[in-house]
Design a protein around this ligand. Sequence first.
Ligand code: GLV
Ligand code: GLV
Length: 337
Amino acid sequence: AKQKVVVTRKFAESAHKLLSQEPDIETIQWESDRPCDRAWLLENAKNASGIILTLSDKCDEELVSAAGPSLKVIASVSVGTDHVSRDALKKRSIRLGYTPNCLTDAVADLSIMLTLMAQRRAGEAMQAVLKGDWPNMPWTPFLMTGPQITGSTVGFLGFGRIAQATLKRFISFGIKRALYLTSTPGKPSKADYYGMVKESPIPIESAQGWEQLASESDVIIVGCNLTPDTKHLVGTEFLFKMKKTGVLVNIARGPVVDTAALVKALEEEEIFGAGLDVIENEPNIEKDHPILRQPRCVVLPHVGSATIETRVQMAEESVKNLIAGLKGDVMVNEVEL
Ligand code: GLV
Ligand code: GLV
């Protein structure tokens, strides 16, 4: 009998093609690139051997139970896997594939973009022009001035692949020093993905704690996984320890930053600005949400990996992970549960 695989989105055509070439797999496809209904997923998961899903599909005890003992593999089209219950999978020896490497460059590019947008007040400046305010804003020495990246210290909360690829870019911008804090406090990151930690032209130092990271950095890049330990790690205390010229960039997961505390820090000018690709309770951010009323805060709708090339790779890699998982082979990238 064929093995049933549920696919919760329409992805790049090449990925669907890869899957359809497998003679022993029968695919149940949600026919839209919009999130699939939970009820549809629970119903169609029954007797499935594998599920390809995304970060907006919760993979919990309920889904795993709905699938039943046939379920062998979850392939997530994402680097973050906080939407997947590790316990639920581990108990039943279900394997989990993810797509870390192929999106690193795209997200690192976005980190740089958000940093510069926040420092150089791109959102605020563009809004003013669109509103027709330029005639009232002739060139003046202080018009839309902000801090410069050259010579600054950049702090990384989380120092995985994306953070290191971001640092690699920042070095070419002439930063002076990097600080990092990993999600395992006290333990410096052993991974040196780009072979640059030891041979860097600038000092790259492990921060003594979040206090040092907050107070000594001109830019903070939040790039850690979301875990119970990192939830609201950037709260009032952290933000009020930051430099008044400092900017905060979150390209990880919304709940690492306490949004209410960030609004307060921006309103009270305790920090200079922020750039967010993710936010708590996304995508349900109403037009009158206080964070959207902060002129110094750039907000993007979770588009870190959204390049045409990367999205194709993520989809194809997920299919490869799924097929390898079903065959008991080595995945391209597998989460150790
Ligand atoms: C996006 O946030 C991802 O985890 O891939
Ligand atoms: C960062 O989240 C990584 O890819 O390790």
